[in-house]
Design a protein around this ligand. Structure first.
Ligand code: ITT
Length: 193
């Protein structure tokens, strides 16, 4: 079986390819000939991930899935949340985003945060959604060089290391995306696709 992963984020693509292994073949957007942005106009991850999957399904007629994800920080009332990619501005730069988060969290004692991933799948004219959440804390300075996005500032609950100090395999075992993709794989196995 072949499914397109409707993402322009190559880090997400890499993580999901590692997770899925040989269960099914993932087609990237470049492999199906898509270039450019995919609209994400809503204010929830569930709606945005469905919009991304539906956009590719409508344009190319191919079964696909999409991930919309982000970091929700309790002391910031859930920000950056659905705006995680563009927290510090439309340049969508991870370093700028991390520096802004460090600044917003200066002097804040409640460091609780969670990553959330919403995956939408469109297959055989049916839509399904899968969620993954990982809880943890925001540290004061960036640590580690693996991963992407806010990984250098996030320590998952029960760990001293950040996601950026873990291998992709270690991160995938406990991450929001890892948990959501596991549900996606289980669904596909159960439905014999
Ligand atoms: P696509 O929409 O093309 O998939 P994107 O990067 O724009 O790529 P999102 O709109 O879902 O994806 O934004 C997700 C942002 O949330 C991402 O750019 C990071 O800033 C952050 N994020 C999500 N998952 C993360 C993870 O596993 N580690 C670190 N940061 C993450």
């Amino acid at each position: 079986m072949r499914l397109c992963f409707a993402t322009n984020n190559l880090h997400k693509l890499y993580e999901v390819q590692q997770l899925v292994g040989n269960s099914f073949k993932i087609l990237s957007l470049s492999e199906i000939g898509h270039q450019g942005d995919i609209p994400e106009d809503f204010e929830t991850m569930d709606e945005n991930s469905m919009q991304k999957a539906q956009f590719i399904k409508d344009q190319y007629g191919i079964d696909c899935f999409a991930d919309d994800s982000g970091l929700e920080v309790a002391a910031l009332n859930g920000a950056p949340g659905v705006y995680s990619a563009r927290y510090a501005g439309p340049q969508r730069n991870s370093r700028d985003n991390n520096l802004k988060l460090i600044k917003e969290m200066t002097g804040v004692t409640d460091r609780f945060a969670r990553f959330r991933a919403a995956i939408s799948l469109i297959i055989d004219q049916k839509a399904q959604q899968f969620e993954g959440i990982v809880e943890g804390h925001i540290i004061e300075e960036m640590r580690g060089s693996d991963g992407f996005g806010y990984d250098p500032l996030f320590t998952p609950k029960g760990y001293d290391v950040t996601f950026a100090e873990m291998s992709a395999e270690e991160k995938n075992k406990i991450s929001h995306r890892g948990l959501a993709v596991q549900k996606l794989v289980d669904y596909l196995n159960l439905h014999g696709t």
